[in-house]
Design a protein around this ligand. Sequence first.
Ligand code: ATP
Ligand code: MG
Length: 578
Amino acid sequence: MSNETIKLKKENPDPAQKDSQPTPNFIRNIITEDLKNNKNDGKVITRFPPEPNGFLHIGHAKSICLNFGLAAEFGGQCNLRFDDTNPTKEEDQYVRAIKEDVRWLGFDWQDRELYASDYFDRLYEFAVQLIKAGKAYVEDLTADEIRAYRGTLTEPGKESPYRNRPVDENLDLFDRMRTGEFPDGSRVLRAKIDMTSGNINMRDPVLYRILHASHHRTGDKWCIYPMYDFAHGQSDSIEGVTHSICTLEFEDHRPLYNWLLENLKIHHPQQIEFARLNLNYTVTSKRKLLQLVEAKLVNGWDDPRMPTISGLRRRGFTPQSIRNFCELIGVAKRDSMVDIAMLEHCVREDLNQHAPRVMAVLRPLKVVITNYPEDQVEEMEAVNNPEDPAAGKRKVPFSKVLYIEQNDFREDPPRKFFRLGPGREVRLRYAYYITCENVVKDEKTGEVVELHCTYDPATKGGWSPDGRKVKGTLHWVSADHALEAEVRLYDRLFSIANPGGDKETDFKEHLNPNSLETLTNCRVEPGLANAEAGSRIQFERQGYFCVDPDSSGKKLVFNRTVSLRDSWAKIEKAQKVD
Ligand code: ATP
Ligand code: MG
């Protein structure tokens, strides 16, 4: 009896394996041009700036691949900078999760784990500098009044009565804001720019607010916090960032980004915007994903149905497949919706090369080989991966009682059903030809519970000496040797393509009620006994699966990463024909 375990690799064998060749995009072109002109002394410094208020999703992966990828490509560096300016929403668990995800994707920030909160002192000094230059003032209007004064897209704003406070008074009030004299929301610091600007972001934007809240890193040191727009550009500048790459929604903020750097007279990175990734049948917004987690509509941030990096990892995606996907979708200036079939295609392609094949029966139907000797067990030789000869072969036990897949048998087979039926002959993969002689049914329900078949001993290995052909090849496991397993089948998280698109309905109403199907009576090859969590395999004829962290020696648990059928390949083929 073979106790041989299947050798499973958790990651691709060669981490240095080259990703697909970079395709040109407008950001690469800008950087190439800058280098040609020796701008920034020939340096390229980028950053990935997550706010630690949730787990990263596939959209962030695009930004990570872009920022780290470009830095690597041009011999520069990419910083991991946490934009942690909102203490009420940020948590340390998110910082840890983000670091794990970026590292898992294959990127290294070395010693540059940076935090906007580390710059709070300098940001405060920058604010004081603006006040002294007459370019910022303390505002006493309430939030509602500020909004009313701001005007609209078609109407200019009005100047606040506090706008022309003397510098000394502003300095005094800002200092007292810092020392905690005033309650939340009672005052803010604003930039003094232009209340009539066509760009609302330039109508004296708020730079600092009062927030008596404890921060995950600075504790109670501060009770005023910089706004995102004030922290972000100045943090870029402090770090010497050369190309500050962000998503399109920040395009309208660029004039403010530039204004602040110019008026502070500090190093001026170039902000470049690109279109964010939108993926159909899911949502790529931390805010929405948080709602799903909090309402327990999914099993946490790393639920394999989630588009989070941790969810994709648990589902069985490889870092390489996600990097390939990010390269394939490219970088554009216009928002668009990417087909999730493309992401599935990328993981299929990668796993096809690296995942060992095994046989697993998800919905077992008992087959008794009536003419097979009672206690005999044969070791059948099976190929581990036809795409990779180095993966070698293994032995799979064969015996008198087997399981096959329920849907590989039809009592009344329709046309083109080439699998098993009464009186039909099929091949059992790596084993023998068998013929179905008798169907045993449950007396009460009429359900097929067992098949009695005969085998042809001359067909060992799956080939007949007389050259007769069988049309179907089925996978199977030996009943006595197979291991019981739970298999979780995942489908799309939402049942409509654009769940966030309809503003009238709550996106949560479009959750797919059948996104998870749990099968508890599956049988897998004995070689999977010690499969470690995270190991990825192909169940022949079914799809790619990985071992879930819930799995144990007592109870194996597998997640279906993706089925074998590739709808993206079909779409692509059809497009090429057009
Ligand atoms: P969300 O809308 O999901 O909350 P966010 O933009 O608020 O995302 P951040 O933590 O601020 O999340 O994002 C960090 C970086 O990732 C930013 O530079 C942001 O532009 C980028 N990013 C976020 N979502 C996407 C996306 N869907 N596609 C590409 N880049 C993204
Ligand atoms: Mg953001």
